[in-house]
Write a protein that binds this ligand. Structure first.
Ligand SMILES: Cc1cc2nc3c(=O)[nH]c(=O)nc-3n(C[C@H](O)[C@H](O)[C@H](O)COP(=O)(O)O)c2cc1C
Length: 211
């Protein structure tokens, strides 16, 4: 038995630079992304895409659009979590087809479900849909951070970047996607001064309200 998730969460830190002499194995990386893929989402719609960047050239370009944060250039991988600019009937239908495939049900049995989802989505403005789908992306982010911590792999979340520039660099716009949050993944280095700093968290009693 490994240690508890609580211990893993105590261990994890949003490191500010990674040890460039170490790289994450393909097996570990695949496992982290698989765990993230299995995240929960509203209606199960999974409105996310994980863009996995390992090319040094692309990482440097991302850093330029990300306040030159060292996490981008020193990470083994940068995963950019993106969402769809539009969650429309075509997307919902793609999801219905996945249910048909995974559960072996008839498409006609899903008519009411598809209609319910489309009705909810149509009540939202385009901006509200992106806000909503971004919230789903953050659930995936949480899974990714925990999955990495479980393997003692460091994962540093970042919102500090120019999202339009990222979309341009990663050619996301033409694919109907927009970047929401990025994560640098790698192994911590002793040279990172942030590691010496204690974790700052409100106490259990401050956060948990038992009624
Ligand atoms: C959504 C999100 C965006 C963040 N963006 C940045 C960032 O751009 N740069 C940075 O250095 N840290 C960033 N952080 C890291 C936070 O500052 C960090 O999680 C927080 O200070 C708690 O520290 P810990 O993660 O080491 O426990 C981000 C964290 C989250 C969850």
């Amino acid at each position: 038995m490994g240690q508890s998730l609580t211990q893993d969460m105590l261990w994890r830190k949003s490191v500010k630079m990674f040890d460039q002499s170490k790289s994450i194995s393909d097996v570990d990386m695949r496992d982290i992304l698989e765990a993230t893929r299995l995240s929960a989402s509203s209606f199960g719609l999974q409105p996310w895409k994980m863009v996995v960047v390992s090319s040094e050239d692309l990482k440097a370009k991302l850093a330029d659009a990300g306040y030159r944060q060292k996490q981008f250039t020193t990470a083994s991988y940068v995963v950019v979590l993106a969402t769809y600019a539009q969650i429309d009937e075509v997307y919902v239908e793609r999801f219905m087809q996945q249910i048909v495939k995974d559960r072996g049900v008839k498409r006609s049995e899903l008519d009411d479900y598809a209609q319910a989802i489309n009705t909810v989505l149509k009540q939202k403005s385009e901006r509200e849909v992106v806000d909503w789908s971004s919230r789903q992306v953050y659930i995936a982010l949480g899974t990714l951070l925990a999955a990495a911590a479980q393997k003692k792999i460091d994962a540093s979340p970042m919102e500090g970047f120019d999202a339009d520039a990222f979309d341009e660099i990663l050619k996301l716009k033409s694919a109907g996607l927009c970047s929401i949050v990025a994560v640098g993944l790698g192994y911590r280095t002793k040279d990172d001064e942030y590691l010496a700093m204690d974790k700052v968290r409100f106490s259990y009693d401050d956060i948990v309200e038992a009624l």
